[in-house]
Design a protein around this ligand. Structure first.
Ligand code: GLY
Length: 381
């Protein structure tokens, strides 16, 4: 079984092997200060524009600017409002106009400093301004470090749905400083942890077992945290390198997301259910549906649920605040939300299901009636 390094000994580097668009993910404590020298080595002479949000700026902007200044790199910044609302047409226009006003040129660099919202928004603006400027991801949430900053999906929300407008635009560097996670609320950290656990459940049984044994140290910030983030990034990098544009295998990364997105929509994409919390409940439902379909043993589904519950994540529909009171505890309403999420093709639903813990499969012919009955039973429990 995998073990964590006994102590921190410099950062870990994971390569995303995409040919002439390959890049490194640097993972370790206290890495923000290395940004300037890394950019100077990667893009000599480039100027930079930092895109961040106001909360992240308060914590980390000064340190980033000092690192750039020390390396002699010109920099400007724009801070958007914190939260999903900035991933909008208005937010996109605001960032693009600021980048143009800052005279960002084709050979300059945009730096996305923040969580998933900032990374997706800044990455999309970088993809669009002057038909494409390179960008660096400096993710400051656990979710962004293990998922959204890696792989090149960028974009904004449409009033008609999440992430419906965007582009594939790979960063040229990702710096995941694990010490910045110390300022996250426990709830935010837990939500990101759901995506860490996802990599074990979908493709690495030994990693899942290691998480079961070591989750406390990941939360407290020891060497296990760095190991968990590096293992997650390695898993994602391997899948992205094989299927950058999600023509197949990359869809496995959507484990828990078919149910999860419906639950997020049912709660109005609000703070009542963070994305990672929706993924947690969704992943348990996907495991339980797999068990119902005879693909895994009931005990495997129970094990997935037990681990996520052990770290304090919601794992049942009934765990979602206000869910029953608002008439959302309705199998037909949830089915309708899943249909809106574009996962229905010719009357069949696409799910990521399990053949074992550590072996997810894309299942594109799930009968909606089976799912509806399954949800109705879960809601009645
Ligand atoms: N978050 C899923 C993906 O990057 O494909």
């Amino acid at each position: 079984m995998m073990t964590a390094p006994l102590k921190n000994s410099g950062p870990t580097t994971v390569e995303v092997a995409l040919g002439d668009r390959a890049y490194d993910i640097v993972i370790g404590r206290d890495q923000l200060g290395s940004l300037g020298s890394r950019i100077a080595a990667l893009r000599p002479g480039a100027r930079t524009a930092i895109v961040t949000d106001r909360t992240v700026a308060k914590h980390w902007l000064a340190q980033i600017e000092a690192s750039l200044a020390q390396a002699g790199i010109a920099h400007s910044h724009i801070a958007v409002d914190e939260g999903e609302g900035s991933k909008s047409y208005a937010g996109f226009a605001q960032v693009c106009e600021a980048l143009i006003a800052a005279k960002v040129e084709r050979n300059d660099l945009v730096i996305a400093l923040g969580g998933g919202v900032v990374g997706d928004l800044a990455g999309f603006a970088a993809a669009a301004v002057r038909r494409g400027v390179d960008f660096v991801q400096v993710p400051t949430s656990l979710l962004a470090q293990v998922d959204s900053s890696v792989g090149g999906k960028t974009g904004i929300n449409s009033p008609q749905g999440k992430n419906l407008v965007g582009a594939f635009h790979q960063p040229v560097l990702v710096i995941a400083d694990t010490a910045v996670l110390d300022t996250l609320s426990p709830r935010q950290f837990r939500a990101g942890y759901a995506e860490v656990a996802k990599y074990g459940v979908l493709g690495d049984a030994a990693f899942f077992a290691w998480l079961e044994a070591n989750h406390a140290e990941i939360f407290s910030g020891g060497a296990a945290r760095e190991h968990a983030i590096a293992t997650s990034c390695r898993a994602k990098a391997a899948i992205v390198a094989r299927d950058e544009r999600e023509n197949g295998e990359r869809a496995l990364l959507n484990l828990g997301h078919t149910f999860g997105h419906a639950l997020e929509a049912a709660t109005g994409f609000s703070d009542r259910l963070f994305h990672g919390e929706g993924v947690s409940v969704g992943m348990v439902l996907a495991a339980q549906l797999s068990a119902q379909l005879g693909m895994i043993a009931d005990d495997d589904a129970t094990r997935v649920q037990r681990h996520l519950a052990d770290v304090g994540l919601p794992t049942r529909l009934q765990d979602i605040a206000g869910f029953a009171q608002e008439g959302l505890a309705d199998a037909d309403a949830l089915m309708a939300l899943m249909a809106q999420d574009k996962k229905v093709k010719r009357g069949k639903l696409t799910f990521i299901l399990l053949r074992a813990i550590g072996q997810a499969v894309i299942s594109s012919d799930v009968d909606p009636a089976t799912v509806r009955d399954f949800l109705a039973r879960k809601l009645a429990q």
